[in-house]
Design a protein around this ligand. Sequence first.
Ligand code: GUN
Length: 281
Amino acid sequence: MAILLDGRAIGARIREKVKERVARMAIKPGLAVLLVGDDPASHLYVSLKRKACEEANIRFELFLYPANEPEAVILAKVDELNRREDITGILVQLPLPSQDANRMIAHIHPNKDVDGFHKENVRALSEGRPGIVSALALGILKLIDEGRGALGRGTQKNRAAIVGSSLFAEPIRYLLAEQNVFAERVDPDDAELATKTNVSDILIVGVGRPGLITGICVKPGAIVIDVGTTKIDEQVIGDVDALSVEPIAGAMSPVPGGVGPMTVAMLLLNILKAAELQKTS
Ligand code: GUN
């Protein structure tokens, strides 16, 4: 049976270290979150980010907008937050109901973009320059690292498949390449999905389609990271069919309790990194 990669436990350890680092900082970092509309999942994720920040003594400010708020109003707030010295990180919760997410993200100063979504930060990553790296991608990489450790460092794990959009796959691909892991993106609608994924030592899936990945898609002993989140009857469900995958995979991350808490923990690390960048810029 696969080893379960416990994102809650790993995330809690990281958050504890962040708290210790914040305690030593003369000027405390501050996160501003812009939340548009009333999507319950987005409100839930933001409340988890708030709790994590407050526990680590990172100041947290929330700006709420109705779903139909004109884009210009939100962009003006981003401008104001860019200028504020006490706000070291800015995050626009996605998805946005009607506003253009790319325009919003482009407006955030790259040194305050704690999600690592700004094109300057994505370009820096692709060119191997320093910048803020996607918290989601960092969380996934940390789980893979844990999986490698649990399965034994000696095991060769240098071929990966990433099932999802290219926007999702690219930052993960760059980070894996730095570790000499060759990653191929596989389209979720690819007719050959199973034969493309079941040769991979590492399988990462972030689509939002429960049951997409079954046992036949998985190479025996592989590390499987489930990034899917679909809400069905108050329950969050991943893309991986745990029942058929667990007996085949070497290690796998659960949903909930896998990538989600890791992303929050990595966001806190990014807030510290952003504060450092602003001190030196
Ligand atoms: N919505 C779901 N995940 C994320 C995330 O990591 N960042 C933002 N800003 N929105 C999200």
